[in-house]
Design a protein around this ligand. Structure first.
Ligand SMILES: Cc1ncc(COP(=O)(O)O)c(C=O)c1O
Length: 375
């Protein structure tokens, strides 16, 4: 195979079990599998997460939820982002919980319930300080009262109350997170006064799941940690997590070039001496960011090597000097680090981004292959 993103489903299963063992006070795990399982593959990772003990799954969009259901996975499932006019009926029929941020969304969910004859399962989201989705504290009581009314009419069932932290990567110990937890507790009291008795209340992302047990409530909602990446400075291994993805390619061509050869577009790398160049058939269309040019490292023939010159759409070049490198040799861009290869975290640090972006951006052109689990 020319290139592959190899995903270890046993690692996903293990990571979910590790997260479940950290969940405080009997909280269950909602494994977040949006964005194609953070680039790892939606359905295989959803299955592996359930096998690891995830009681719930979480996605952003309705079609992600329907793909989970179409695969025959019937655990409770929350989808939290859609736009006005989207057809909610298939999700309501499939028993997908809908995130609800305002009365208009509540009305749309109730209409879908009437159209399908199935009560809509809705989870009201409070904006506790991220200022993204969810109802502001000033609007929260009104939303809860509307929801209680719709529940009394039988069109919706309020299954959850939830919110999301502003500080995810970088740590759960930021004072904003404790303020948000206070605001969330107040929101729960308001909902209770409105007569709502949800199945689950949840707030914690990966960072909070790993480090802030007072935020676990009934459910933790980790994403990046499911895939074995750490959202904080500590290594994943220090939390007992195993990175699940390794991104691999193959040397497609080697050739000798003289000193002074300009390499790749714009000649941003020029050989200092006669040397061997190796061509790797992966580029920015495959998720190798163009700003990895002359920056990010890969493992080839036992050594880490920095990308030489501009990353192109489909390919990049390595300068391997006098080393014995042949066409067909494996190039390991990132992985768990066991073989000395860089990790997704190393790539993120080299490129000034977060490990989330490195794995989710691996392009659709790169086949996902699976080891372990039952994909
Ligand atoms: C609403 C929501 N909950 C949970 C998560 C999981 O976050 P993390 O990957 O930091 O654990 C995300 C991811 O962005 C999210 O948007």
């Amino acid at each position: 195979m020319r290139s592959e993103a190899r995903v270890d489903l046993d690692a996903v299963r293990h990571n979910v079990a590790a997260l479940a063992s950290r969940a405080a006070g009997g909280a269950q795990v909602m494994a977040v599998v949006k964005a194609d399982g953070y680039g790892h593959g939606l359905v295989p990772c959803a299955r592996a997460a359930v096998a690891g003990g995830a009681a719930w799954l979480g996605v952003a969009f309705l079609e992600e939820a329907l793909a989970v259901r179409a695969a025959g996975i019937d655990v409770p499932l929350l989808a939290w982002l859609y736009a006005p006019g989207e057809d909610l009926r298939p999700a309501v029929s499939a028993g997908v919980d809908l995130g609800v941020y305002d009365p208009a969304e509540l009305t749309a969910a109730a209409a879908a319930a009437r159209a399908t004859g199935v009560p809509a399962r809705v989870q009201l989201k409070a904006d506790t300080g991220l200022s993204r989705g969810g109802a502001q504290p000033a609007d929260w009581a009104g939303l809860c009262e509307e929801a209680a009314k719709a529940e009394a009419e039988g069109s919706v069932k309020v299954t959850g109350l939830w919110s999301h932290f502003a500080f995810a990567d970088g740590g759960a110990d930021h004072p904003t997170n404790s303020r948000q937890t206070v605001v969330f507790r107040e929101a729960l009291e308001v909902a209770e006064r409105a007569g709502l008795r949800p199945e689950v209340r949840h707030l914690a992302n990966s960072a909070a799941t790993l480090t802030a047990p007072d935020t676990h409530f009934d459910l933790v909602r980790p994403g990046v940690a499911v895939y074995g990446l750490s959202p904080v400075a500590d290594s994943p291994q220090s939390f007992g997590l195993r990175p699940a993805m390794s991104l691999r390619s193959t040397v497609a061509l080697t050739k000798r070039v003289p000193a002074g050869a300009g390499v790749s577009y714009l000649h941003r790398y020029v050989t200092e001496r006669e040397t061997t160049l190796a061509l790797v058939p992966l580029g920015y269309a495959d998720g190798v960011p163009r700003n990895a040019t002359n920056t990010a490292q890969v493992l080839l023939a036992g050594s880490r090597r920095t990308i030489a010159g501009t990353v192109c759409m489909d390919q990049f070049v390595l300068d391997v000097g006098e080393d014995a490198v042949a066409t067909g040799d494996e190039v390991l861009l990132f992985g768990p680090g066991d073989e000395g290869e860089p990790t997704a975290q190393d790539w993120a640090e080299a490129l000034g981004t977060i490990n989330y972006e490195i794995v989710t951006r691996v392009g659709a052109r790169v086949p996902r292959t699976y080891v372990g689990g039952t994909s």
